[in-house]
Design a protein around this ligand. Structure first.
Ligand code: MG
Length: 257
C-alpha cells in the first residue's frame, strides 16, 4: 500500500474545498477486472485489445443514450465474437455476458493508491464526490462492493443526473450538490477529454490521471501518474482558476431526475 503524506492546513490548499473523482479506472481497477472476466469467458486475454476497442465503441453509444445499458452489454458481446467470425443470437450473447459480468464482479478491486489518497483528502478537510458516467443501480452496487458506499459526500451518476461527462452540466451539478463554486472544486479522472478537459471547460480544476504515464504526455493539462501524487499536487502545483465573470448556472434540478 502507498502511504499518503502529512495532511496540509486549509491555507496550503488554497481555493480548493472539494475533490471529485471519476470511479472506473481512477479509483477502481476496472481494466484488471474486465481483463480477468475476458479470461474467464474465452480462456485467455489475448483478445484484450479487441475487447477494449469494442467496449469503447459500445459504451459511447450508452453514454449518448443511443442504447440501454443491458442491451449495450449484449450487443458488445455479439460484436466482440463477430470480430472472430462467431455469430451469436441474442440469447447466447446474453448468457455469455451474464457469465462474464459475474466473473468481473468477483474481481472488482480498488487500486492500491485509492484508500491512502481518499484518507488524505478527507483528513485535509476536503469534501469528496464521485462523478461517473454509468447506470445508477450498477454503479452504486460497484461502489458499495469495494467498501466506498459511505466514503463520499455526493455521488453524481450520469444516469441520475440526466447528463454525462464531458457535458459541463454534470460538473456544475456536482458543484451545486457540494454547495461550492466550480473554481473551488477539483476533478480527477483517467480520461483526458471526458474528465480533465471536460472539468476544465466547466470551470473546475481538471486533473488528468495518466496512470503510469502510459498514455504519453498532454500539453497544458495538469497531470498526475498515480493518486499517490494527488496530495502534493493539490498543495504545491495546482494553478489557480480565475473566478468566472458570471455566477455558475444552477443545475441542481438535474440531480435525481
Ligand atoms: Mg474512468
Amino acid at each position: 500500500m502507498t502511504s499518503a503524506p502529512e495532511t496540509p492546513t486549509t491555507h496550503e490548499l488554497g481555493q480548493i474545498k472539494a475533490v471529485c473523482l471519476d470511479f472506473d479506472d481512477t479509483l477502481l481497477d476496472s481494466g484488471r477486472a474486465a481483463r480477468h472476466s475476458l479470461r474467464e469467458l474465452v480462456g485467455s486475454d489475448r483478445a484484450w485489445p479487441v475487447w477494449q476497442r469494442t467496449t469503447d465503441q459500445h459504451y459511447a453509444r450508452y453514454v449518448t443514450n443511443e442504447v440501454d445499458f443491458d442491451v449495450m452489454c449484449v450487443e458488445r458481446t455479439q460484436a466482440f465474437f463477430a470480430a472472430f467470425g462467431e455469430k451469436l443470437d441474442t440469447a447466447e450473447a446474453a448468457r455469455r455476458e451474464t457469465l462474464r459480468m459475474a466473473a468481473m464482479q468477483r474481481a472488482w478491486a480498488l487500486y492500491d493508491d485509492a484508500w491512502p489518497c481518499l484518507d488524505w483528502l478527507r483528513a485535509s478537510g476536503l469534501r469528496l464526490a464521485v462523478i461517473t458516467n454509468a447506470p445508477s443501480a450498477y454503479q452504486r452496487k460497484k461502489i458499495a462492493a469495494v467498501g466506498l458506499a459511505d466514503a463520499f459526500d455526493e455521488l453524481i451518476i450520469s444516469a441520475e443526473a440526466g447528463v454525462a461527462k464531458p457535458d459541463p452540466r454534470i460538473f456544475h451539478a456536482a458543484c451545486d450538490a457540494l454547495g461550492l463554486r466550480p473554481e473551488e472544486v477539483a476533478h480527477v479522472g483517467d480520461k483526458l477529454d471526458i474528465d480533465a478537459l471536460g472539468a476544465a471547460r466547466a470551470g473546475l480544476h481538471g486533473i488528468w490521471l495518466n496512470r503510469g504515464g502510459n498514455q504519453g504526455p498532454a500539453a497544458n493539462v495538469p497531470t498526475i501518474t498515480g493518486l499517490h501524487q494527488l496530495p502534493e499536487f493539490l498543495v504545491a502545483d495546482l494553478p489557480a482558476v480565475p473566478a468566472p465573470a458570471q455566477p455558475p448556472r444552477r443545475t441542481a434540478e438535474l440531480v435525481g431526475r
